[in-house]
Design a binder for this molecule. Structure first.
Ligand SMILES: Nc1nc2c(c(=O)[nH]1)N[C@H]1C(S)=C(S)[C@@H](COP(=O)(O)O)O[C@H]1N2
Ligand SMILES: [Mo]
Length: 256
């Protein structure tokens, strides 16, 4: 058994090395550390990894498998590290799929829409969201583009919010639609995690436009692109809504 496992792992590593050699830098960046042990999936997918299409297909099969493994490994009770005020990154970086000069601010009289598998579909004003008990936390945000930064976000514990809207927490996904046409979605266990916050403030101030006014879902258990800013609508569903980057090949689970 042990020997077979060793051979299996060695074989995986060789396949992965070949994939790495063949693919371009952006694809390589998408292959997180966690994907490394999944090389055998390329084999199981029946691809000969000798042209771009088959490599693309193998990577996609690995990524879907990676989603499932990350889902199994996710421990809802494990907390991400938190930091002290003197460790805050200043200034905190801005990032979006466009430049900082193109920020489209959300309207001041904004209302949050709620839809899908929830009992109460009423819109929420910012004042109503501020009336729910607020908590804050200092965590590290990690972007796959190669930077990380420590920030302080405050707002509503997302599981509290889901309870208030009567969300079906047996459903598989929570999806987000944003003012800048960005969209993403997360698994329900992450939505219910104690450190997942629907944030309304950054560094104790109203969330600035660049960091996602009126709100950003902040999850220290997920990579940057899974943390939607400028949220306009939240919905609960059993059909995976995908995401802006996820639909272009980023791993959907996006945990770390
Ligand atoms: N609405 C929206 N949310 C988004 C993005 C975006 O382009 N639009 N980019 C994501 C990515 S890739 C990162 S790293 C973080 C950046 O958040 P920040 O500007 O607060 O640092 O926002 C995420 N959420
Ligand atoms: Mo990012």
């Amino acid at each position: 058994m042990a020997n077979n496992t060793t051979i299996f792992i060695r074989h995986e590593k060789e396949i992965i090395k070949d994939i790495y050699k063949e693919c371009d830098a952006p694809t390589r960046r998408l292959l997180g550390k966690k994907a490394l042990s999944l090389g055998a999936i390329a084999m199981l997918s029946g691809c000969t990894l000798n042209n771009e299409d088959s490599i693309e297909k193998a990577l996609m099969v690995m990524s879907r498998f990676n989603d499932r493994v990350q889902g199994w490994l996710f421990d809802p009770n494990k907390m991400a590290p938190t930091y002290s005020e003197d460790m805050l990154t200043n200034p905190f970086p801005f990032n979006a799929y466009y430049g900082e000069d193109e920020i489209r601010s959300s309207p001041e009289d904004f209302k949050l829409k709620v839809s899908g598998l929830v009992q109460d579909k009423k819109d929420w004003t910012l004042a109503e969201l501020h009336a729910i008990p607020q908590i804050s936390q200092i965590t590290r945000h990690i972007c796959v583009e190669g930077w990380s930064a420590i920030g302080k976000w405050g707002g509503v514990r997302f599981s509290d919010f889901l309870k208030r809207i009567g969300a079906d927490t047996n459903a598989s996904f929570v999806g987000f639609r944003c003012h800048d046409d960005y969209y993403t979605s997360i698994d329900m266990p992450t939505a219910m995690h104690a450190q997942t916050l629907l944030t309304l403030t950054y560094a104790d101030e109203v969330l600035p436009a660049k960091y996602g006014y009126p709100m950003k879902l902040r999850m220290p258990t997920k990579l940057g692109y899974k943390n939607p800013k400028y949220i306009q609508e939240i919905f609960v569903t059993n059909a995976n809504p995908g995401g802006y980057w996820e639909d272009q090949g980023y791993n959907w689970f996006g945990g770390s």
